[in-house]
Design a protein around this ligand. Structure first.
Ligand code: UD1
Length: 328
């Protein structure tokens, strides 16, 4: 029987891509999402993209803080593991344990490395928070370690994402941030489709090749596949609470990223140079050794593919899921 995975926040950007890879990998996926910051359209499109596997996707519009609803869901079926994307601290852990499900994949972030003294960042680096978002990731990572310490039956994998970009190659699902995007590539994408006049480059005086910040951009489909690898790892009897970086190990500057996107889209991205953004680090990229060695996972795509796929999504859906229905 195929394994049944509960995916919280599965309608969002990374969640939807992961659910698709799960279905294609023969898993059943039950998605719980309150659609606060996502759209049900992404679920419908994932179902379509999954073809014959589409019927293995069940969606519940539900808030994770609704404990009775969560209890009911866990009572109705058995989950082999939970992948927790939802941007909320949940009563989930307690409900999971009560129903004998003690396997969890949690989305952490490279933000926990703060401003690293050296790169690449290995999983053993000290962790810290440079902003409230980082604080929540740090806090939940600690909670996970504590849960494992108090009950060694738990198997938990914390995935530290570097900078996810791009979209599924169909251009049918992708990132659709509400409001003004904070992150680089969603912003660039909105400039390319004419929704914003220019990109502000935050900081041109860093000690990097061209003075702009350097990050480890990773294709969202590679990132999604990293979750499938993590799920397999949860079946390893020796695993307790482990952390893995999901990155490519390559650093790319803001200007390099803009140039790659211009090439992929054929659009000019006007830029305005500005001062550094508070809380930003200079250079952050991953050591990928541990994930390669223990998860048997390695990112496949480079910057050009990330930009091509992001442009494919953007040009077909200039207003995200609010755009008129695209052709596949
Ligand atoms: C940001 C978050 C981080 C989170 C990560 C998720 C902040 C301070 N950090 O990190 O907590 O884990 O996203 O992917 O919000 N840039 C511009 N102009 C823009 C936007 C960004 O020049 O309009 C630059 C930034 O200065 C940075 C690079 O682009 O050098 C990447 O920025 P961003 O996409 O926001 O990612 P992070 O800074 O890595």
């Amino acid at each position: 029987m195929s394994r049944n995975i509960l995916v919280t926040g599965g309608a969002g950007y990374i969640g939807s891509h992961t659910v698709l890879q799960l279905l294609l990998g023969g898993y059943k996926a039950v998605v719980v999402d309150n659609l606060d910051n996502s759209s049900e359209t992404s679920i419908n499109r994932v179902r379509e993209l999954a073809g014959k596997h589409g019927s293995n996707l069940i969606f519940h519009q539900m808030d994770l803080r609704d404990k009775p609803a969560l209890e009911k869901l866990f009572a109705s079926q058995t989950f082999d593991a939970v992948i927790h994307f939802a941007g909320l601290k949940a009563v989930g852990e307690k409900v999971m344990a009560a129903h004998g499900c003690k396997k969890l994949v949690f989305s952490s972030s490279a933000t926990v490395y703060g401003w690293p003294k050296v790169v690449p960042c290995t999983e053993e680096f000290p962790i810290c928070a440079m902003n409230p978002y980082g604080q929540t990731k740090l806090f939940i990572e600690e909670m996970c370690r504590d849960i494992y310490k108090s009950d060694s039956e738990w198997k938990i994998i914390l995935l530290r994402y570097f900078n996810p970009v791009g979209a599924h190659s169909s251009g049918y699902i992708g990132e659709d941030p509400r409001g003004i995007p904070n992150n680089l590539m969603p912003f660039v994408q909105q400039v390319a489709v004419g929704r914003r006049p220019e990109l502000t480059v935050f900081g041109t005086d860093y000690g990097t090749k061209d003075g702009t910040g350097v990050r480890d951009y990773i294709h969202v489909v590679d990132l999604a596949d990293g979750h499938i690898a993590a799920l397999s790892k949860l079946s390893d009897p020796s695993i307790g609470c482990e952390v893995y970086n999901l990155g490519t190990g390559k650093g790319t500057s803001v200007l390099e990223m803009v140039a790659a996107f211009e090439k992929a889209s054929g659009k000019e991205i006007p830029i305005v140079k500005a001062g550094r953004r508070p809380g930003d680090a200079e250079i952050v990229y991953a050591s990928t050794e541990k994930a390669e060695r223990e998860l048997n996972w390695k990112a496949k795509y480079g910057i050009d593919e990330m930009c091509q796929d992001q442009w494919n999504w953007a040009s077909k859906n200039p207003y995200g899921y609010g755009s008129p229905e695209p052709t596949k």
